[in-house]
Design a protein around this ligand. Structure first.
Ligand code: CTP
Length: 482
């Protein structure tokens, strides 16, 4: 059995690991069993990007939420009925904590009765086997995989398998979910699940998907890496109509989605991992007129403050574009300082949608030219230190001045930089040594003692070792650059 704890610890970011440890600690203090579940475990096993941490506890998570809040976490939403808390942990880590629950449907398709349950019951009431796997975070069984419905094997076979014949009847939104998961992961529906899916469509169960449930799917869609694949699947199965008739009629903005994805890939290469839910949602709905956009969002259960923020997004991006094209950001250093403060989702939106060449060239310079120079700034600090300048406010100012000079395309070579650093710091070059120094008189020649000889040999060896290590590091750097 693979070591899931090792897998976890090697795949989580330091911030995610800290959040997980805190949740574990709190659960243990409160005497609850705690598990990682749902999408987190699925993404961990499939090697997908771990976007959020979904925890399930055998107990009520509300006390944990209060404690986490004290430590700086932000509660984004809390559903008392389902005992579910959505959180933003310290370090911008998204996650949720839910109470383990069972759902009992008196008749298929009616509202289920809830019952607080064990983790095993909770896993069995879920939609698909690949979503019904847990990893224990409890001291006695840390890292143990709980997979009561054999989800691991379905993942290996690349199949989405519904856990019950009533899965779609009980929750018709799972029709959208099944296609979303399959398209996202490049999986197919398992043969019996496909039959149940077709049967549900034949019986027009899709007509009973509530707008709020469809809205949740749209929210998830806008966070997807490749939403266009999912939208195509929904269109082909006539399910897009259920998301919104206007969207089905006008079609999603595939061109706008593709432009944004290209920009996002570029940002990844430059070392950014921006959250693009809003610009992606705007791209998906880009063929809708303003009025249609707000109507669609409100129908899908988006709150009015959210709708306002989404509608204002392009206006705010235009303001940024104006600043980038204007006097405020005339010099490269002014443009750099301004751009580093723009939230990345606006940078992405402008790169995908703007046709203002001045603004675009500054954004591209920021990502591909100026940031690498900024990242290499510690070298300038080391060079200044080597000249004998003590660290302090004046030191920092000189480094910043050199940075501004570098953005203008100067101070590229170490020689050039040292000259500039001397000028800015006022540290003069030491006087040149005389050509021929007087050789010491023969009689003065020092005769080494055996101890001195030994020390000299040791020093020679150490120099040789340092040189070897330096060559190795340089070779490794050269290889990684390739
Ligand atoms: N779930 C379910 N039926 C639904 C919705 C959700 O059984 N109609 C279960 C699934 O087990 C799912 C978990 O609740 O894994 C959490 O749901 P959600 O957060 O919507 O999805 P994730 O699986 O976490 O996927 P994503 O990566 O899209 O967030």
């Amino acid at each position: 059995m693979p070591d899931y704890m090792f897998l976890l610890e090697s795949r989580l970011s330091p911030e995610q690991r800290a959040a997980m440890l805190r949740v574990q600690e709190l659960a243990s203090v409160l005497g609850f069993n705690v598990y990682l579940t749902g999408g987190t475990v699925r993404d961990l096993i499939t090697g997908a990007n771990l976007r959020d941490l979904d925890f399930t506890v055998e107990g009520n998570p509300s006390k944990m939420a209060r404690e986490l809040e004290k430590g700086g976490a932000k509660v984004l939403s809390e559903d008392e009925k389902f005992r579910n808390v959505e959180l933003l942990f310290a370090g911008d880590v998204e996650g949720s904590i839910s109470a383990a629950r069972d759902e009992h449907y008196v008749r298929p398709g009616t509202r289920p009765e809830l019952r607080w349950s064990t983790i095993m019951e909770d896993l069995r009431r879920r939609d698909f086997s690949l979503n019904a796997i847990a990893i224990s975070l409890n001291p006695a069984s840390r890292g143990l995989l709980l997979d009561p419905t054999n989800g691991l094997s379905d993942i290996e076979h690349g199949e989405v398998r519904a856990l019950s014949i009533h899965s779609f009847t009980n929750q018709p939104v799972r029709l959208l979910r099944a296609l979303r998961l399959a398209a996202r992961m490049g999986f197919k529906l398992e043969s019996r699940t496909q039959e149940w899916f077709n049967l549900a469509i034949e019986r027009e169960l899709q007509l009973t998907i509530t707008p709020e449930d469809a809205g949740e799917e749209v929210r998830s869609l806008s966070r997807e890496e490749r939403p266009q694949l999912i939208l195509k699947e929904w269109e082909e199965s006539d399910l897009l109509e259920r998301v919104h008739p206007i969207l089905a009629k006008k079609h999603p903005g595939y061109d706008a989605i593709n432009r944004l994805i290209k920009v996002r890939d570029d940002l990844y290469m430059a070392g950014f991992r921006p959250r693009l839910a809003t610009p992606m949602l705007l791209a998906i709905l880009s063929r809708l007129k303003d009025r249609e956009l707000s109507h669609t969002l409100s129908k899908l259960g988006y709150r009015s403050a959210e709708i306002e923020a989404i509608e204002k997004f392009p206006e705010k991006a235009l303001d940024i574009q104006k600043d980038l094209a204007g006097k405020k950001t005339k010099t490269p250093i002014e443009a750099y300082r301004y751009t580093e403060k723009i939230p990345m989702e606006y940078v992405a939106y402008l790169l995908a949608e703007s046709s203002n060449s001045v603004a675009l060239s500054k954004l591209k310079a920021f990502l591909h030219k100026w940031r690498p120079v900024r990242q290499a700034l510690p070298i300038v600090a080391t060079e200044l230190e080597a000249l004998g300048m003590p660290r302090g406010p004046k030191f920092d100012q000189i480094v910043q001045d050199v940075f501004a000079i570098q953005l203008n395309g100067r101070a590229k070579t170490p020689e050039e930089r040292v000259k500039i650093l001397r000028k800015l710091s006022g540290i003069k070059e030491p006087p040149k040594k005389k050509e021929k120094e007087k050789k010491p008189a023969k009689a003065e020649k020092h005769i080494e003692t055996p101890a001195e000889k030994k020390a000299a040999a040791a020093e020679k060896h150490a120099v040789h070792e340092r040189h070897k290590a330096g060559m190795k590091a340089a070779a490794a750097k050269h290889k990684s650059k390739k």
